[in-house]
Design a binder for this molecule. Structure first.
Ligand SMILES: Cc1ncc(COP(=O)(O)O)c(C=O)c1O
Length: 359
């Protein structure tokens, strides 16, 4: 007899994981919007020092990391939540805010974890299509906010489409949402957004106690393997709520120490952003030569529709045969599209050569 699982487990979507984890050799891993650069030696050393004390539980309050983030971003430590990756904060937000009868508004296609929040809680997911520029349609989202809405998420820049909205549009949207509705602006890729300084949204926090800026060490800081994310909040109730629904030791000693050290190296962050922008220009022009027009990227990846006669699965398989792993759009909300992370110059060139060969 098979084990009998909860009704909830049947509702939960399975996260579309990337392939290639079992491939050896020099694979161009362009499927998960990671940084192509390994962590700095000082960051690795800080993590190693912390591991030497791993017979002790990690600090459940993440005191040093929250202090370091508070100094960097000018947000009180009591208004900062830490997570085992920003996904952890997202899932905890779903648990803390949603329940049957509640509504949760987000755009689609957007980050594949969002559907999980409604499915897990039994809340109603209200998904709003992107506009013709593949950007969030904030007016349409605002129109979906009702008395039952508990949570709205805006992903800016948006994964998987790479597009971003300017600060003034985000600010006006946040202003329009009633104060009792939590608004998470998921800024996992904000450092790569050239429309505005990534720190601009911080100005909204003192004005909006319901606002949460969700950020991560996984992308520009290049620490996704250690799993650290954080939320900068307009109030201290959100950090308290997400801590209440999780196990106390959600972030390990190596992750906390590495993140504290990584914050000290803002010059390295600026370098990585610069290299991503160079890659953006090179990949976009290579795609243009193949007759492909990617969405205007403000992230560390691009998103484009394949030519009509090219099958998505065949192209992804053909690229994989040539040592290039990318994401098929179908699993991310748009059949016939591809999402490709910018990698090293060599991997980007390999991707463009491989795509030319496959098409
Ligand atoms: C938009 C967005 N938000 C959040 C995350 C979660 O990242 P992590 O849990 O590694 O912080 C990702 C990861 O790809 C993402 O694309």
């Amino acid at each position: 007899m098979a084990i009998e699982y909860s009704e909830r487990i049947r509702r939960l979507p399975v996260y579309p994981v990337a392939g290639a984890y079992d491939l050896g050799g020099d694979v161009a891993m362009l499927a998960s919007n990671e940084s192509p650069d390994p962590p700095l030696a000082a960051v690795v050393a800080a993590a190693q020092r912390a591991v030497a004390g791993a017979n002790r539980y990690p600090d459940p309050s993440n005191t040093q990391l929250r202090r370091a983030l508070s100094n960097r971003y000018g947000v009180a430590a009591s208004r900062i939540a830490i997570g085992n990756g920003s996904c952890d904060v997202l899932l905890a937000a779903g648990e803390a805010l949603l329940e049957p009868g509640a509504e949760f508004v987000y755009s689609w296609p957007s980050f594949s974890v969002y559907p999980h929040l409604a499915a897990a809680s039994g809340a109603r997911a209200i998904t709003v299509g992107l506009d013709e520029d593949q950007c969030h349609d904030l007016d349409a989202m605002a129109a979906e906010v009702t008395a039952a809405t508990r949570l709205v998420i805006v992903c800016n820049p948006n994964n998987p489409t790479s597009t971003a909205l300017p600060f003034d549009r985000i600010a006006a949207f946040v202003e329009s949402v009633p104060r009792h509705v939590a608004v998470i602006v998921d800024e996992a890729y904000c450092e790569f957004n050239m429309l505005d300084d990534p720190d601009t949204t911080l100005d909204l926090l003192p004005k909006h106690s319901n606002l949460v800026l969700l950020r991560t060490f996984s992308k520009v800081y290049g620490l996704c393997g250690l799993r650290v994310g954080f939320a900068l909040c307009g109030g201290d109730d959100f950090p308290r709520a997400v801590d209440q629904v999780r196990q106390p030791f959600f972030s390990n000693v190596a992750a906390q120490a590495a993140a504290v050290e990584a914050l000290k190296h803002q010059d390295a962050v600026a370098d990585r952003v610069e290299r991503a922008i160079v890659a953006r220009v090179e990949v976009e022009s290579g795609l243009n030569e193949l007759g492909i027009e990617p969405a205007p990227s403000q992230a560390n990846f691009c998103w484009f529709d394949l030519p009509e006669d090219a099958g998505e699965a065949e192209v992804v398989a053909g690229l994989a045969q040539r040592g290039v792993i990318v994401r098929a759009g179908g699993a991310l909300g748009r059949e016939g599209a591809l999402r490709v992370t910018y990698g090293t110059p060599a991997h980007n060139a390999r991707f463009l050569d491989a795509l030319a060969a496959v098409l």
